[in-house]
Every structure is written in structure tokens, then in C-alpha cells.
Design a protein around this ligand. Sequence first.
Ligand SMILES: *[C@@H]1O[C@H](CO)[C@@H](O)[C@H](O)[C@H]1NC(C)=O
Length: 292
Amino acid sequence: MSLKFGRLSKSSILGVKTVIYSKLISGGIIGCGIAGLAVALNESVKASDLTLHPPKYPWYHRQGFFNTLDMASVRRGYQVYKQICAACHSMRFVAYRELVNNTHTEEEAKAEAAEILVTDGPDETGKMFQRPGKLSDRFPNPYPNEEAARAANNGAYPPDLSYIVLARHGGEDYVFSLLTGYTDAPAGITVDDGQYFNPYFPGGLISMAQALYNDVVVYDDGTPASASQLAKDVCNFLKWTGEPNYNERMLRVMRIIIYGSAIFLACWYGKRHAWSVLKSRKIMFREKKTVD
Ligand SMILES: *[C@@H]1O[C@H](CO)[C@@H](O)[C@H](O)[C@H]1NC(C)=O
């Protein structure tokens, strides 16, 4: 049987192919162009002569495939946040109850929450009132609104830290580098009042002063509180607030691998078992003996 192409001759088929190829090629070029433009725009936002790219630090949770967050460090990081960062930065998406069984016991978390005053109400007379915090309360905001925050910080708005590790290019490496990277400005850079030089901050001039110095916090668990230890712990804490289910996700991967291989082995054995009769069958061809 021969295939009929109707009125399509060989040359017109070639022509169609050429058109398709040229469309693919021009589409590819346009696609590459768009991708290149996107990369260039992204780089142009990041690029600055004065900006250092943070190195990759050996975070415990990144070391092994199954490593979870170092929760002792996360707990210390909460202490650093509470005693240092919370003076200017809010964390309005994190509630005290999230500490329970993660970094603190229920009693400890209740005690932490009770340290803050929350405006609640209205009561039966229609007035707002203040009460100690409960587990369901979010971390307190140091400023009543953005304008107050800007007014108190030379016009700069201290960003909310709940998801900061996810929101910044470089994640915890960037935050760690930023916190420990304050240095004198190089010659030729003018640093105005209320500005500080930090080579990891895009543009180099940042409105936040260096916050972490050796021993500005006395850790409850007795860990020596060097500035880099404080930065590491608070980064671990911010990583956890950004991805509170990080640990469960890692454990889920482990479970999938273990259960998956068990199921795979069972299926493999079952398949061999079911097919063994057919697979071990021998088919022989015997010529029929004919008697002339
Ligand atoms: C915390 O852990 C305790 C003990 O395992 C358990 O009884 C309690 O329900 C847990 N609390 C939360 C909020 O998960």
C-alpha cells in the first residue's frame, strides 16, 4: 500500500518543513531574547559596583539531604530577635502558639506571650483595653503604623521579618552577610547622617545601624554570644519563621523514600511472582513428523 499525499508534492512538503523550521528558529530566537532580557533586568536590579554577593555558608539544614533546622539555634535566634531586632522590626505573621513544641514548651511560650500587652476590645462599655498576650497573639509591632515607623527611622521603613529570608535574594546567606558585614566606607563614598556602609546591601548605603556585637545578648543556654553566633541563630530563626514546615517537609521526603522503596520492592516481587509461570515457560518448535 502506498501513502497518498494528495496535491502535496515533495517540494511543497519541503516548503512546509522549511516554514515550520524557520518559525521554530525565530520563535527560539525571540524566546532566548525574552529570557536574556529577563536575566538582564534581574541582574541590573542586583548589580552594583558596591554590592558584594554573599558566599554560601554551611548551614546545618543544608548540609545533608535529611537535615532539619537546628532547633536549638532557632530558639536562641528567637531570643536575639526579641532582645535586638524587635525594637524596630515587626513579625506580624508569627504567633506565639507557633513556638509551642517547636522551640519552647507550652508553658514557656505562654510566659513569652504574657510579657507583651495587647490592645483588645471593645469591652461591654465600648472601650478598648489592654491585656497580657495569649498564645494566639502575633508578635508585637514596635510601631502603630508605617508612618510612625518611618518617622522614627529617618524615613526608612524597617521591613517585617516574618518572611524576610524568602523575600531576599540569597536568603539566609544574605541576611547573615548583611548582619555581620558592616564596615567602614571605602574612599570616595559619602555616608550621610543616619546611613551606614554595608557592602552586601544593594547600593552599599543602609539605614540600619549594625545591631549585633559580641555579647549583646546573654543566651539562656549559655552559648557564647559572639556577633557571628547571634547572626547565625537569628538567621536560623528567620528561616524557620519563613518556612515553619521545613522540618516536616524534610521528614516527608525521607518517608517517601523509605515507603516508596518498600512499595517498589513489593511490586517488583509481586510482578516476578505473577509472571514466573510465563517467564519460565519454554516454547519449543517441533517439526511435525510426516510419514510419506
Ligand atoms: C505539645 O506536645 C505535648 C506533648 O507531646 C502535647 O501534649 C501537646 O498537645 C503539644 N501541643 C501542640 C500545640 O502541639
